[in-house]
Design a protein around this ligand. Structure first.
Ligand code: ADP
Ligand code: MG
Length: 696
């Protein structure tokens, strides 16, 4: 290995490292590595501990293990469902393991007989021990004399295609040789001491070339702490900014509208609703801007709370806007509450993209001159030509579908209006602290009384006819049915039942029933009519995609049928099931297992069927799928937590959060010389996002 040129620095593109050309550097950039500094702090996803590597002969079904073996045969076959499977037979000194990768054309030419591979995955059984879709790493046997092979702990990086582990390790070693002494510490010394964290340079060395697992863990810990710490620091600063400025509105409840709302409602509020209204009310009455998240499971009665808050704004002469994620939802809110609001003498309106332009003009005028007090709408509300006379409260429903930018745009239509975010996604505490760490949280943890527990039925393919008869009896008893399919049109590739095919089948099975379809591609006007007919009980079975997932509230529709439940996440199934169980009759959620289902699908679906507790399900979902997928796209405007595993790193999360918030409390402008390094890091990490966060 030649001596590296002295001109190399942390900011030098990785491409200038020996062994990394333009091609490899473009691969690396996909995992976020562009400079030598990035490469040094590339945190391995995990480590292989060769000191206790598993022997193939000793593997048991269900073990999640890593083995090393040599490829003794390879093959590519067609599967029954017209896919392809890449098959390897791998042996170590003790036994034989078959590996199968389904529909991975990229792997067809990847392996050669004789290659040494590291495989990790779960052991199952199919004519012998096998792993399906294991993680793999091909070992380069020619380079066996390299020092990077020394030691028994091998880091596994988030590799992209075209860059193998050994090349990467060689490059990292070169980067350490040339640049480790140039690395700067990013955390104040007292923080390192407090948690006994490794210094940056030592951490880098041990991250890539640990001698024991303890060393590797210690190094990773430092980087995880650092990642969460800066994330939380940004949240803490944003929160301080929101709380600090007392340019907010003072909206005190007068009661002449809110009291009457309570009288007009056909039910009395739950204790949880009263408590949450209290929390929101006292926030609004304060002269600081409210920035609050209202969280509650499906059906817990969040909308009434939102209307209550809107009326407080109106009592103070202000307008309120309620922004929903879909037109269907916005319309539903409007239809439900417009009559009550009219009775209260409060004029309300609806603004969606599909509104005819004359109506739209009228609504825009009403908002601008202040004659419309409460507006229900979609994204259309944030369009530029929407102006409010005096916007006092912004309510965003089901916020995980909105971005931070959209929130900000709506808020900008008033002068620091209060802000209420409503979310029906139950979120485990660790997650809500990281995702909504800058919001105050109100929790609706109680359901309205008298609701019957929904019965969830998992149906084997052979029992379909029987269940159809059951559904038909329920329709006879005047129930209505949501029938959810994962797709609109047939797709050969996936072989799933679509809305269109279900329509064929269902209208043949249920000849005497009125069946309709609903999905996103149906023109708005028809969609409205269909929803309206369904609401009025004119349709018995509504075959739909997940357009009904969020918020739709039709008490008489008390049966939810889901085709291909395996295609949906637990959180999504929970949302769908949450659409029913609102009326007087017993609700049923019916999940049709597909033909040839995998046992793990059934296990997951049966787990879902075993509880209706949203928080329990969310916690499980978090375990299974990780936080990113659970919430869909991240919406906080901050970069993702890349290396932190929220479930596993919870203790570090709490530590880092406490440190960050304490620092901002005592040194909000980070003026302490010890904190200069933090300012510098924030600027580096968040760049353009700082302005959005309100951090100057
Ligand atoms: P969420 O938005 O939390 O899913 P909604 O606000 O849509 O729930 O309320 C679900 C249903 O429960 C609606 O039909 C609503 O009128 C009703 N509801 C709300 N609060 C109560 C209550 N305290 N008692 C009885 N029914 C209620
Ligand atoms: Mg709702």
């Amino acid at each position: 290995m030649g001596k590296s040129k002295p001109s190399l620095d942390l900011d030098t593109p990785v491409q200038y490292l020996k062994g990394i050309g333009p091609k490899r550097s473009s691969y690396l950039s996909r995992i976020g590595v562009t400079t030598i500094g990035d490469l040094l702090t590339l945190v391995p996803r995990r480590y292989l501990d060769y000191s206790n590597l598993a022997k193939i002969a000793e593997l048991k079904v269900g073990d999640a293990v890593t083995v090393v073996g040599q490829i003794i045969a390879r093959d590519v076959k067609k599967t029954r469902s017209k896919g392809e499977v890449v098959i390897l037979a791998v042996s170590d000194s003790s036994g034989l393991l078959t590996c199968r990768w389904f529909n991975r054309p990229d792997l067809k030419k990847k392996f050669r007989v004789g290659d040494l591979v590291i495989l990790s995955g779960e052991v199952s059984f199919y004519y012998g021990k096998q792993m399906v879709n294991p993680n793999y790493q091909i070992v380069d046997p020619d380079k066996n004399d390299m020092p990077i092979y020394a030691g028994s702990i091998i880091p596994i990086y988030p590799l992209t295609e075209g860059m193998n582990l050994w090349n990467l390790r060689r490059s990292i070693m070169r980067a350490i040789e040339c640049c480790l002494d140039k690395v700067k510490e990013t955390l104040p010394e007292y923080i390192l001491k407090k948690h006994n964290l490794l210094k940056m340079d030592e951490a880098i060395q041990k991250l890539h070339f640990p001698e024991t697992m303890e060393e590797a863990n210690k190094a990773r810990e430092r980087f995880v702490y650092e990642e969460i710490f800066f994330f939380e620091l940004a949240l803490a600063l944003r929160r301080a900014l929101v709380k600090g400025g007392d340019r907010g509105l003072t909206l005190k409840e007068k009661g002449y509208l809110t009291k009457r709302l309570i009288e007009l409602l056909p039910f009395s509020l739950t204790e949880a609703q009263k408590r949450v209204i209290e929390e929101i009310g006292s926030d609004m009455a304060r002269d600081q801007t409210m920035y609050r998240l209202l969280q509650g499971d499906v059906g817990s009665g969040k909308t009434v709370v939102a209307i209550y808050a809107a009326l407080i704004a109106v009592e103070n002469g202000y307008q309120a806007a309620l922004m929903a994620p879909t037109e269907i939802l916005a319309e539903q809110h409007y239809q439900t509450y417009q009559p009550i609001l009219r009775e209260l003498g409060v004029s309300s309106g609806l603004l969606t993209g599909s509104l005819p332009s004359t109506q739209k003009e009228a609504v825009l005028k009403g908002l601008a001159d202040g004659s419309i007090k409460i507006i229900f709408g979609t994204h259309a509300l944030i369009e530029e030509r929407v102006n409010f006379a005096q916007l006092g409260l912004v309510i965003v429903d089901e916020q995980h579908r909105f971005g931070v930018v959209q929130r900000a745009l709506l808020s900008a239509k008033g002068e620091s209006p209060d802000f209420l975010v409503i979310s029906a996604t139950p979120i485990p505490r660790t997650l809500s602290l990281t995702l909504y760490g800058d919001l105050d949280i109100s929790q609706l943890d109680e359901k309205p009384p008298g609701r019957k527990e929904i019965e969830t039925i998992v149906v084997e393919p052979t029992r379909r006819a029987e269940i159809y008869r059951f559904i038909d009896r329920k329709i006879e008893e005047k129930n209505q049915v949501f029938y959810i399919c994962p797709l609109i049109k047939e797709s050969d590739r996936l072989g799933l039942k679509s809305v269109e095919r279900a329509m064929d089948e269902i209208s043949r099975v249920f000849v005497n029933r009125k069946v309709e379809i609903l999905h996103g591609r149906i023109p708005t006007r028809d969609r409205k009519r269909i929803m309206e007919e369904f609401r009025r009980g004119k349709i018995d079975i509504l075959i739909a995609t997940t357009v009904v997932e969020v918020g739709v509230d039709i008490p008489n529709a008390n049966i939810m049928v889901i085709e291909h439940p395996e295609r949906f996440g637990i959180a999504q199934l929970h949302q769908l099931r949450g659409r029913i169980g609102r009326g007087e009759t017993q609700g049923y959620c019916i999940l049709f297992l597909p033909e040839n289902y995998a046992p793990e699908w059934k296990r997951r679906i049966e787990y879902f069927a075993s509880t209706t507790d949203g928080f329990e399900l969310a916690t499980k979902d978090l375990e299974i799928r990780g936080p990113g997928e659970l919430l869909g796209k991240r919406q906080h405007g901050l970069p993702d937590l890349k290396i932190t595993d929220i479930t596993r790193d919870t203790p570090l999360l709490f530590k880092a959060r406490r440190d960050a918030f304490q620092i901002v409390e005592f040194d909000p402008e980070l003026n302490d010389p010890e904190h200069a390094v933090l300012k510098e890091q924030l600027a580096r990490r968040f760049e353009a996002k700082l302005e959005l966060l309100g951090i100057g």
